[in-house]
Design a protein around this ligand. Structure first.
Ligand SMILES: [Zn+2]
Length: 283
């Protein structure tokens, strides 16, 4: 029931929906870092939102939702990819004691990056207007995509859930139907969103609206860091600086900031990194 994302549509309508409910994947991510409750809740909303948004686009790759602000959390981000894998982090957030969105985030920018496995990333940015992540996302869609979109998000440290309604691009949108469907969804309460499975929730909201639910897809917490990616980052730092670290510490150690996995490189590892591509420059 939990850790699944489900698509639904309405018969004879240009409105589609996505529903997400996370439990284990959310808790797996929270167990890596020890966040204060307000941060853990907001991170759950980011995970739910990134999952919903990645499900609305057809692509192979990752969708990254990120906010940099001047509030209690300098940076918060969540990533969902087309294999339904999730990761997230709130950087330097251990002292963030608020539960209020504005206090946690402050003023800043919301960036949505679509990073295809093959091809250039695309990034859309909006300033943070709104008292919740859901409102900021709705404003984002209004401005940058001009798609009528409504988002509901809720998380409590145990579950993270979300619902998205979106009017698909059409020459003659059925505004009355959109108004009707989004008004009904607006009656949803946080505890319903957190605790009900998708069938029960949709029945409660739309039993008079010919809603059609597709098969659910499983979501998991999985980081996409790798030794190869870390090696690339080390190469970009440059040989000289790496030699300094080796001289001082004997080896290079770095943790992935998402999953905390430790990567170690000793002197011969570093030698190997620079031997592979540097022959041309040496001769
Ligand atoms: Zn990692």
């Amino acid at each position: 029931m939990s850790d699944t994302i489900s698509r639904f549509i309405f018969d004879n309508s240009d409105v589609r929906g996505e529903h997400i409910r996370l439990e284990k994947s959310y808790q797996d991510i929270l167990s890596i870092h020890h966040y204060p409750p307000g941060v853990a809740n907001l991170l759950g909303e980011f995970l739910a939102a990134a999952s919903l948004l990645s499900a609305t686009i057809k692509f192979e790759g990752a969708l990254i939702l990120q906010v940099r602000g001047d509030g209690e959390i300098p940076l918060i981000m969540a990533e969902a990819n087309s294999k339904q894998e999730l990761r997230a982090i709130a950087r330097d957030a251990n002292e963030a004691m608020s539960t209020d969105f504005k206090t946690l985030i402050g003023n800043g920018q919301l960036a949505m990056t679509i990073a295809p496995d093959n091809g250039k990333p695309y990034q859309g940015i909006v300033s943070l207007d709104g008292n919740s992540l859901a409102h900021c996302l709705e404003a984002y869609f209004q401005r940058s995509e001009q798609l009528a979109t409504r988002v509901w998000l809720c998380a409590n440290g145990q579950h993270a859930s979300g619902l998205l309604l979106q009017q698909l691009p059409s020459i003659k949108p059925d505004l009355d139907r959109w108004e009707h469907l989004s008004t009904i969804a607006h009656t949803i309460k946080n505890d319903e969103l957190l605790n009900l499975d998708v069938e029960t929730l949709l029945y409660r909201l739309y039993h008079q609206d010919a809603v059609r639910l597709f098969d659910s897809k499983p979501m998991v917490a999985r980081c996409r860091c790798s030794r190869e990616r870390v090696a690339q980052a080390l190469i970009s730092i440059g040989r000289e600086e790496l030699d300094d670290i080796l001289l001082e510490k004997g080896q290079i150690e770095t943790n992935c900031e998402f999953c905390n996995r430790l990567y170690q490189f000793n002197r011969s590892d570093v030698d190997a990194l620079f031997e592979q591509g540097s022959d041309i420059t040496r001769h």
